[in-house]
Unconditional design. Sequence first.
Length: 165
Amino acid sequence: MARIAARALVPAGTFYQHFASKKQLLIVLMNAFMGRLAKLNLAPSGNGDSRDQMQKFLTAAFRSDSRHFGVVRAWREASFADPELARMEKRIGAWTQARVLHLLESMAQSRSGKRPQNLQAFARMMDRHFWMLLARGTEMSRADQDAEVRLLTDVIYRFMRHSAA
């Protein structure tokens, strides 16, 4: 807590005037992050089959979340040890998986109208990978992040093209 207060340029006592614990701070920060995710437009624009469009969307999403990488990592670690946070993590995971599924369904609809086989399992896998990338974001260079986004784009693009065929 002393390091957090020092980075915020406030005395540690001031921190405790606003937050009762590190857990409360983490919940506040995660709620702010989830608010940003809720505002992220997941509707495909134009041709849902465009690899370039998909890569631009994913790049923008990860870049806009870069300041939250540390929060995601701390949240993931804390949710393993705290039952209340673990329950919250489960609800967050269900919500984000539903959003990823909706995005993939929208892409499939705009592309061919056909729903790819195993789309729900693919959405769950992609959601988990997105969270893993966010948690590892503080360790990754911009070049490594861009390489991951290119790979994700290729995986999604190929899945969407070939599983509905």
